[in-house]
Ligand binder design. Structure first.
Ligand code: NAP
Length: 326
């Protein structure tokens, strides 16, 4: 008998067909995100769950007595309660690598948009405010030839570094808990302590996973170390930043601008002061959101799911759950 799986959002037809070959499945097609209570009801008979975000915790696992695998359609897996999953012998998988270049493109889009004030000046033109005369009020900051500091030089960090060094002639500094000498040579990048990176960079890009250790790693103290002319970019997760400290740094002009794909609360509240700041570029968490990449992520997640339910080791089990028995 085929294993039963639940899928929390519509997926491409080809990916659905692949799952249908191997599993009996139900998909949430109710529009928007499935409610937590409905999801818990759906889990009673399932062995696999294909999902994007949504807390996988003790409560959920207790409602899913047959669950063997949770396959995330994302590289970040801060939605996994690792200890609870270990206790219930549930494998967790994610979708690394297939999105690196797409997320790096988006990071550069935010850097360029914030530096050259693209959304602000786009609004200005469309509102019919453009008149001939002095254009100095439109001046921005160069991206090429400046210094980029990457916090979290992983798969995506390296794709950003490559664009910076070889496309924009930037000096690349990076900070990780572990230096990467091989990547330094290949990408012409230099490891430095976080404090030095913050003091020297014209652009600071945060690209770490959200963990207990990285939670609020950018706070009041860190923003105070940045140059007043610097631009802060966050494409990681909203909670890696103390958002009130970021708002304060921008309001008090301790930094020049910010580009944000992620927020402490998502969807972001319309009352969030960041939405009223002309020097902040905001996006609705679209780092990997292109047709091609989202297809590849969904297919990889389906392959992880099917492998786990066929008694094989899925290609992308998250590190912390590699010891869970199949
Ligand atoms: P990765 O390859 O695992 O890289 C993460 C890097 O961060 C590693 O080099 C790691 O090095 C470093 N790091 C981890 N914890 C750290 C800490 N506490 N302090 C300093 N450095 C730390 O991950 P990735 O594939 O590049 O993805 C990174 C994150 O981006 C994901 O986890 C996800 O949350 C986010 N993301 C967001 C979007 C979006 O749509 N906005 C899309 C994709 C990914 P060390 O272990 O040596 O410290």
């Amino acid at each position: 008998m085929k294993p039963t799986v639940f899928i929390t959002r519509p997926i491409p037809t080809e990916v659905e067909a692949y799952i249908a070959e191997h599993c009996t499945y139900r998909i949430w097609e109710g529009g928007g995100s499935i409610s937590r209570s409905r999801l818990l009801e759906e889990l009673a008979d399932v062995e696999g769950l294909l999902t994007v975000g949504g807390r996988i915790d003790e409560e959920l696992l207790q409602h899913a007595p047959r669950l063997k695998v949770v396959s995330n359609i994302s590289v970040g897996y801060n939605n996994f309660d690792i200890e609870a999953m270990k206790a219930h012998n549930v494998i967790g998988t994610h979708t690394p690598s297939v999105l690196d270049e797409t997320v790096a493109d988006l990071t550069f889009a935010l850097m360029l948009a914030a530096a050259r004030r693209v959304p602000e000046l786009d609004r200005y033109v469309k509102e019919g405010k453009w008149e001939s005369g002095d254009d100095e009020p439109f001046f921005g900051i160069d991206v090429h030839g400046t210094t980029l500091g990457i916090i979290g030089m992983g798969r995506i960090g390296e794709a950003i570094a490559r664009r910076a060094a070889f496309g924009f002639n930037m000096d690349v500094l990076y900070y990780n808990r572990t230096p990467k000498p091989e990547a330094e040579k290949r990408l012409d990048a230099r490891y430095c302590p976080l404090e030095e990176l913050l003091r020297k960079s014209d652009f600071v890009v945060l690209m770490v996973p959200l963990t207990a250790e990285s939670m609020h790693m950018m706070g009041r103290e860190q923003f105070a170390m940045m140059k007043r002319s610097a631009i802060f970019i966050n494409v990681s997760r909203g909670k890696t930043v103390d958002e009130s400290a970021l708002i304060e740094a921008l309001a008090q002009k301790k930094i020049w601008a910010a580009g944000l794909d992620v927020f402490d609360e998502e969807p972001v509240s319309p009352d969030n002061p960041l939405l009223r700041m002309a020097n902040v570029v905001t996006l609705p968490h679209i780092g990997s959101a292109t047709h091609k990449t989202r297809f590849e992520m969904a297919m990889l997640a389906a392959e992880n799911l099917v492998a786990a339910l066929s008694g094989k080791t899925p290609p992308n089990v998250v590190n912390e759950l590699k010891e869970v028995k199949k």
